[in-house]
Design a protein around this ligand. Structure first.
Ligand code: PAF
Length: 284
């Protein structure tokens, strides 16, 4: 596996692969790899000749009060894990390689970025994500880019950028990878102390409870949300949002008719965690 730091080096490697007729898969990441990241790398490895993983803690998607300076970073560990998955290129640029002096462009997706995490974290968050991902697509020119479904809103934002800007890349969303007790894997789980780690498992349990109510035949949002709410309250979780939304548009829904997402965000100990379950509607 090669570790490349510059855009020019990545372009040259991709050009050489393309000249051989090879396909290219990209896994954009901010590092601190866990099984979720590795599952994306495996999907890319299965489907492509050249697998590029980007490792860049993107400053523009963090607000001033967020964890940019403390975000877990361990390039040595990450590169060993990526190499173990058969990744060909780890693209680990410096901030100034991505955002050189005079950088002045922002990709802003209206609408779906204004709710949920966009409302909680601020508009800059998805602007930062959309901008860096668009840059990565321009640098790597992947056939397919792989994202985790845990960040369901991010997946929808990236899909919208690709559609609106006619970018020639397919977005593949891979299933959420969970710990044994159901906690969705996240780089931020390292912030949880022992008590918070136990408490955090209530997030997925709450979504399971809601899904069980839905499976029992109740498709109204009130019953579905109430089931999740009870579990979160029992675990004394400080909920930021718990919302039932259309799985494509993220519009709020009163009942599950088309596919819907039940999404939760919460502060647990020192971590802000998110999770979601897809509820399959009969009309989708
Ligand atoms: O999901 C992430 O790790 C980041 O938001 C991404 C897509 C790599 C952009 O910085």
């Amino acid at each position: 596996m090669k570790i490349l730091r510059t855009i020019a080096e990545v372009r040259a490697a991709v050009r050489a692969a393309r000249a051989e007729g090879e396909t290219v898969g990209l896994v954009p990441t901010m590092g601190a790899f866990h099984e979720g990241h590795l599952s994306l790398m495996r999907a890319a490895r299965e489907q492509h000749d050249l697998v590029v993983v980007s490792l860049f803690v993107n400053p523009t998607q963090f607000a001033a009060n967020e964890d940019l300076s403390t975000y877990p970073r361990d390039e040595g560990r990450d590169s060993a894990l990526a190499e173990g998955e058969g990744v060909d290129i780890l693209f680990a640029p410096t901030p100034s390689e991505i955002y050189p002096d005079g950088f002045a462009t922002t990709i802003h997706v209206a609408g779906i970025t204004e709710v949920l995490d966009g409302a909680s974290r601020g508009a800059h968050h998805f602007d930062g994500v959309a901008t860096v991902v668009t840059k990565l697509f321009g640098i790597v020119t992947p056939d397919v880019a792989y994202f985790g479904q845990k960040d369901a809103q991010q997946v929808l934002v990236v899909r919208r950028v690709v559609r609106d800007l006619d970018l020639d890349v397919r977005i593949e969303a891979c299933p959420i990878v969970r710990e044994l007790d159901g906690l969705a894997m996240s780089s931020r789980n390292v912030y949880l102390d022992a008590d918070a780690r136990v408490q955090a498992s209530a997030l997925n349990r709450s979504l399971d409870a809601a899904e069980a109510v839905f499976a029992s035949g109740k498709s109204d949002g009130e019953s579905i949300r109430a089931a999740a709410d009870r579990v979160l309250a029992d675990a004394s979780i400080d909920v930021e949002y718990l919302e039932l939304r259309d799985a494509e548009t993220l519009q709020p829904v009163d009942a599950v008719e088309r596919d819907a997402l039940l999404l939760v965000a919460a502060r647990v100990g020192a971590a802000r965690l998110i999770d979601n379950h897809l509820l399959r509607g009969v009309a989708s």
